[in-house]
Ligand binder design. Structure first.
Ligand code: APR
Length: 310
């Protein structure tokens, strides 16, 4: 039996936070990777985290590097490398810069860890996951994007605040691309097993849906520079845990679709089962006409970004 190995590419705000949370949960040994120009700070962050181990009581080795050879034989590779959104910038503005980063990172990762599962966070994440998929040549179940866990977490936060109840008892359901036209499905969202539609008036739910859709932008505007990273890191770690512990969790994830929900050859956020084999299944649900229209609109936005990539 050996300890799992997890590489986190991009040692910025999200990557570093993800690495620390992975270590705190003892999910494996961690290799934090960034560009050669950032090698000192990357090594420094990794060593600093390692030194938190004795205090917090976690056993996980953490190293920082710019050399992909050190990532060899990773079980899971989490990709957060790239440029973060600035105020006034849409996620889509980032597309060309980050696509180039995805290609170079993926080539290196795949060379050293041909059997790994790849989990992508870099925005615009639906299109970036597609880019990683086609660069890697990996089967679709081993290339997954994160957005739904985060979007759902935002939705659950706002609902719990509104009802004055525990976040633990609130479940949500978000479909579609990680953009302002994502589709939070109130019909499938509950608090303590009670449908939210029975607990909150429609206009309050509509307001929460709207705030969820703009949740990323709300943080970007408050931060001034950079974009959200605590909740994104927590979301990556939940997916990582589902994979590394083969939990078979039902989580929203960005999956490669081959006909599911009527879409072909694209990545989009849908309900899935996540376990030791990665994205093990896409769960297909009947949607109302209105929901399907909203999902079509969201898929169309993702397609537009994919077109930029050619
Ligand atoms: N290889 C490795 N690391 C890279 C590369 C590359 N080719 N290009 C950039 N990076 C690194 C940067 O040096 C930086 O340390 O990626 C890191 C990004 O970190 P931040 O700028 O702090 O951005 P962060 O907030 O972590 O967001 C990263 O996640 O949520 C998304 O939209 C967000 O796409 C963005 C990503």
């Amino acid at each position: 039996i050996r300890r799992r190995k997890i590489s986190v590419i991009g040692a910025g705000f999200t990557g570093a936070t993800t690495a620390l949370m992975l270590a705190q949960k003892e999910l494996g040994d961690i290799v934090l990777v960034d560009i050669p120009e950032a090698e000192g700070p990357t090594k420094g962050k990794a060593l600093d985290m390692l030194e938190a181990g004795p205090v917090q009581g976690f056993d996980a080795n953490i190293v920082g590097t710019s050399d992909y050879a050190e990532t060899a034989d990773s079980d899971l590779v989490i990709i957060t490398a790239g440029v973060a959104r600035k105020p006034g910038m849409s996620r889509d503005d980032l597309v060309n810069i980050n696509a180039k980063v995805m290609r170079s990172v993926t080539e290196q990762v795949v060379k050293y860890s041909p059997d790994s599962i790849l989990l992508v966070l870099t925005n615009p994440v639906d299109a970036m996951t597609y880019e990683v998929y086609r660069t890697s040549g990996f089967p679709k179940h081993r290339v997954i994007g994160q957005s739904g866990v985060l979007d759902t977490a935002r939705f659950r936060t706002f609902v719990a605040q509104e009802l004055g109840v525990s976040v633990e008892d609130v479940s949500g359901f978000v479909l579609g691309g990680h953009g302002d036209d994502m589709v939070p499905l109130v019909r499938y969202s509950y608090a303590g097993g009670i449908p939210l539609e029975k607990l909150l008036p429609k206009e309050r739910l509509d307001a929460i849906v709207e705030r969820t859709r703009k949740g990323g932008g709300e943080i970007v505007n408050l931060l001034g520079t950079g974009s959200a990273y605590y909740a994104p890191a927590a979301s990556l770690v939940q997916m990582a845990e589902a994979i590394l512990k083969d939990k078979k969790r039902i989580l929203p994830a960005i999956a490669y679709l081959e006909g599911e929900y009527g879409y072909h050859d694209m990545y989009l956020g849908v309900p899935t089962i996540i376990g030791g084999n990665g994205l093990e299944k896409v769960i297909e649900l009947d949607l109302t006409e209105e929901e399907k229209q909203a999902l079509d609109k969201s898929a169309e936005s993702v397609r537009k970004v994919m077109k930029v990539l050619g």
